[in-house]
Design a protein around this ligand. Structure first.
Ligand code: GLU
Length: 545
């Protein structure tokens, strides 16, 4: 068959590939520098899995002195969501994962010499490479209705391969003669372009995945779709062309792509491009109500959408550190040994990523976040909290900013100490956590509390309380009063014969705590009292008396 003629028939207007190869010369980078990219499809909001991949990409590029760029894979036009690309870019920026190059949202111009970075704007490029493959006899037009370039045909085949180990025969259209093709084109029939696979499914090829390690995979034998009948390439072809022209050296992507790897490698080979290194990341899972492992689902799990963490008020760095902890299990030890360093100093490595599915765990996220927040200064906490509240809780924002000094003093309670308290994990918790400071006491936690004793203690304490006391004196005064009222100040004695006492000093402190906060548990009561000030304390005591 005269493939050159066929190529001209199919793509009469496509430019020669050399035009693009000259336009996008090889990147000049120092040895070892890696070029990575995030290539989300704007068919949904940025998934937590994307943030996870972006972090790997960003850290790898930074560590090797390379480039991390953002490309929008918007070829699935039917499923596009308005602004999803813009949101994806802005999410990356807000998590300090900004790309060095590429698409930068709908407002800012793209940066870099390898654009356009939006696939739907690159159709001419794909056409050229499609034409090239036809010329080389490596691709053919397919006119079958059932394969009208639809990706789901591929999905069905892939499924079939996984389930039965068998692959459908090669596509019958690969045997059409030039005359038959001409006839179909003349009668206006649409075609999809397919790869004329040269693979043998009984053979295997060795690959090295940066996460999975060395593996043997079956050669591809499927005549996969390269261009749909609407002229748009599916992922397999588009990413092979783009990653080659854009000089990607490592493709980090979800492991759901791993089964199609051999097909992708064949596309690179047909194009004459060296494939990039691949790192297939295990998908983040969680345990469902029945204790079964399943993928994070955008439909069911709010934490699958990166915006959720911002809305809830988890500090961004805490989320990043949580993801790092999922990626490299030695991060936690490193963090303990280096409590004040930025996560950016952590010696991250793709090779250290485990191949098991990481489990999303809110308790762990909260722990990491509490630890992070506990090391912030009151000023920093105030700034981040106010920024969050300004967007998500306007009423609290007003309260918080009305009296900044008071707010900062509240946020400083148990903070400025060698062992700061670790109990705030997200900004949305603060209002409830300190409601007795900002809004007064709405109700008292009184179950199990002897109200008579509570009142007696509060009344007595009002008499001796002195706002000027330092912490030691304050506590000494409480002890003295406790003893006068018949409470044990010596724990041993109390344990031996509790019947001789009304309770112990801890009980007395609980009563004072209740009077000042309405709670049985709270941060350091001395600090709370200091922040409330003598008048307010008096008022709160009066309320109980
Ligand atoms: N558009 C694909 C996705 O969103 C990209 C996969 C890749 O990174 O290569 O899953």
């Amino acid at each position: 068959m005269d493939t050159k003629l066929l190529a001209n028939l199919l793509y009469p207007n496509a430019k020669d590939v050399n035009y693009w190869l000259e336009k996008y010369p090889k990147r000049e980078l120092k040895r070892g520098a890696e070029v990575t990219r995030l290539a989300p499809s704007p068919t949904g909001y940025l998934h937590t899995g994307h943030a996870y991949s972006a972090l790997i990409n960003k850290l790898t590029a930074r560590k090797t002195g390379g480039i991390f760029y953002l490309r929008l894979e918007d070829t699935d036009q039917k499923r596009l969501i308005d602004n999803a690309g813009d949101i994806a870019y802005n999410m990356l920026v807000s998590y300090d994962l900004s790309p060095d190059e590429g698409y930068r949202g709908d407002e800012l111009p793209q940066v870099g010499n390898y654009g356009d970075y939006i696939q739907s704007k690159r159709l001419g490029i794909y056409q050229s490479f499609a034409k090239y493959l036809v010329e080389k006899g490596k691709a053919f037009p397919c006119f079958c209705k059932k394969t009208e370039g639809l990706e789901d045909v591929e999905e069905r085949r892939q499924k079939q391969l996984e389930e039965t180990g068998e692959i459908e025969e090669h596509d019958p259209c690969r045997n059409l003669t030039l005359d038959e093709i001409k006839e179909k084109l003349a009668s206006g029939e649409e075609f999809a372009l397919k790869l004329k696979s040269a693979g043998d499914p009984n053979k295997t090829i060795k690959i090295v995945d940066l996460i999975k390690g060395e593996r043997e995979i079956r050669e591809n034998a499927k005549d996969i779709v390269l261009m749909k009948s609407n002229g748009i390439p599916p992922y397999a072809f588009a990413h092979a062309v783009d990653d080659s022209l854009m000089g990607t050296t490592i493709v980090v992507r979800g492991e759901e792509w791993y089964p199609s790897l051999s097909a992708h490698l064949e596309v690179f080979k047909a194009l004459g491009f060296k494939p990039p290194k691949y790192a297939h990341t295990p998908v983040i899972c969680k345990l469902d109500e029945n204790g079964n492992k399943r993928k994070l689902s955008k439909r069911k799990d709010p934490e699958a959408d990166v915006r959720y963490f911002i809305e809830e008020g988890y500090p961004k760095i805490a989320v990043i550190e949580y993801l790092l902890n999922l990626l490299n299990s030695d991060f936690e030890i490193w963090r303990t040994n280096n409590p004040t360093l930025s996560y950016k100093e952590f010696p991250f490595s793709i090779e250290k990523i485990g191949s098991n599915n990481p489990m999303f765990d809110f308790v762990k996220l909260a722990d990491i976040s509490k630890n992070y927040i506990s090391h912030l200064s009151a000023d920093e906490v105030y700034r981040m909290l106010a920024e969050w509240a300004n967007r998500y809780d306007v009423e609290f924002f007003k309260t918080l900013t009305e009296n900044q000094d008071f707010s900062k003093a509240v946020l400083n309670i148990d903070r400025d100490t060698p062992k700061p308290r670790k109990d705030i994990s997200k900004w949305s918790e603060v209002k409830h956590y300190y409601d007795y400071m900002f809004y007064g006491i709405k109700n008292y936690e009184l179950d199990g509390i002897d109200k008579k004793k509570l009142k007696e203690v509060v009344r007595a304490y009002m008499e001796v309380y002195n706002a000027e006391d330092d912490k030691e004196t304050w506590f000494a005064r409480i002890k003295e009063m406790a003893s006068t009222l018949g409470y044990a100040t010596d724990n041993k004695a109390y344990k031996q014969s509790p019947e001789n006492y009304k309770g112990n000093v801890a009980d007395v402190c609980t009563y004072i705590r209740l009077a000042l906060t309405g709670r049985k548990n709270s941060p350091d009561i001395y600090s709370i009292a200091k922040v409330l000030g003598a008048r307010e304390i008096q008022r709160r005591f009066e309320n109980v008396k």
